[in-house]
Design a protein around this ligand. Sequence first.
Ligand code: MOS
Length: 725
Amino acid sequence: MNAHLKMDKPDDRNRLDDMAQGLLGTAMDRPEGPLKVTGTATYAHEAHQPGMLHGVLVRATIARGTLDGVEAAAVEKMPGVRKVMWGDKFLRNPAQGTANKAPVQGSSEIYYIGQPVALVVADSFEAARHGAQSLELRMTAGTAVPDAKADGVAVERPEKKQSSMGDLKAAMQDAAFTVDQRYTTPGHNSAPMEPHSAIAWWDGDQLTLHASNQMLKYNVNEVADSLGIDPENVHLLAPYVGGGFGSKLGISPDAVAAALAAKELGVPVSVMLTRQQVFENVMRRSETAQDFQLAADKDGVLRGIGHTARVSQLPDESFAEPVTQATPFLYKGENRETHMEIVRVNQTCAGSVRAPGEAVGLTALEIAMDELAVATGIDPVELRKRNIPDRSPGEDKPFSSHKLAEALDDGAAIFGWADRKKGATDGEWLIGYGMSSAARVNMIGESHARVTLNPDGTLLIETDMTDIGTGTYAILTQIAGEMLGVPQDRIETRLGDSKLPKSAGSGGSWGASSAGSSVYMACEKLRQTIAAKLNCDEGDLTLKDGTATFANKQTPLTDLVGDAPMVVEGAIEPGKTQKDFRQATFGSFFCEVGVNSVTGEVRLRRMHGSFAAGRILNAKTARSQCLGGMTFGIGMALTEELIQDTRDGHLVNHDLAEYHIPVNADVPQLSVNFIAERDPYANPMQAKGIGELGICGAGAAIINAIYDATGVRVRDLPATMDKIL
Ligand code: MOS
């Protein structure tokens, strides 16, 4: 049995509102929580295999050139060292994506400092690391471009990433108020708690990899491509993932290195990246330079928006962070220019990091909007409300659902925006208030899941979907429990195994709604099957606590299943509703900062976010996602910054001591509220993505509050003390 839905039309039945279990939407605890807090959940590096060896990668120390040889013999004589691997036989092909030509790892062509070019395998991690540090490389340096901002760096303007509408130049000339400014954001590292690691072993031509990945169905193909083997022969396991934030969307160098070494040596091999290697050779967020032009009439209504964003990338890599993604739909304006520019540099590959696009694009736009609020003298909340369009203006599409106005009002009320005091102080601290809008595109991807109702009344949910700390185990359990009236302790959810039905994986905020919809579809089919057995309409059936009720007659599910389990596969894929409508989530941020009048130090004192993301599937995990996003916003505004040495392109701050993510003392009490919303165009659950919304624009609220406190407008993030004094 299976049930497949293509979203070609809205589903406004709101079925989940009528279910009896009362499980979906609650703050259900993660079922895997006890395993995680007792240290028994098996993360990638913990699935040790008998006879396993350890590999440590060796980094290139020039930004461009070739690796001509290595002094392998000396290292292979070191105690415990088994093998030094290098050259074109080793580490084939790119580490992410399929369209990319540049080898971001391995081979003898060197593209950036930190690129893995060799592997030392030894009996212990320590011996391998010692060997790796001792290995001498023979390299020939080529001509590198280490600095994206250097004069004369060639700028690409891909035709597909340019769009023009109306006449922005004329709109700027005619405007009552304008903003015309450049904003810059530095590179960021995803910095997941769990470093990237893989354990590989072979059984004949069958490869098993225990790794840490976000999207197994793609990752299997990447591994197969890199090794030149059939994807059917790759079995990928990632049951627990200690954070990804985009850095595990694709495979990382450890996976291919471990697989090749395990093949060569005939035993299981583990390769784990050190924290420094995570920074140096797992993709970074590109730095951005963003030029905004805002043209507003005398009432502050936008007549034009210009947004040109420049990012950097390795030569030949196809990815460019979609910095202008939300600009076409967030605010009014009939005259519009959006442009993307790419410069090629010899630095770590740029990729998706924590809400690629809006995280930095909306942050710059929301600082520019604050500048417009100051210029017009209109309250920043009111200014944004005046600029909410009826249809997406840059693409002429209707919105599927749109609750920005509600989120702005709700956030303002909860925060007490109207009661803020201009020019308040607290001792030597200058107090300021700021706000910004949140927005993120909503997407789904094709997803399949299998749901089995067993003769004993227990339920099994299976999909290759991952839980990267986001709450997937809980959410899928809740959806099935709600649909089928099975208590949560009788449901098992199995994830993170590439042999299970293929999902869209975790990324782009689409995970819960995509994988969740496939579970929903399977459960709906199971409900229909149960209804048919009771000769009733599925809609008249109540399933609760393992019992089916129809016309006051109660039948235990165990009586209906029979001897063989009921097995259903459900699937969802995007359709016309995703194409014809602008689907997005919206929200608002409000915050209070204190800026020290002597040192320029900024302390965030409180922050609130109100968010509209369709149906909320789990109140606790959704809130946690938003708290995490807001914390990233604090980092983006105040502390996080990858620093590349412009002389040779090496990464200066490559660990958590030098790259400053917010710590507890930087994060005050944050509050989150959700706006009631259903989006029938999104999927049958009417839920939208929540994973990344909390970061999109969050940093701008803090930057705007600093301006309110001090009159200093920081346009180059992060707002470190030197920029404020
Ligand atoms: Mo995300 S940065 O698309 O995992």
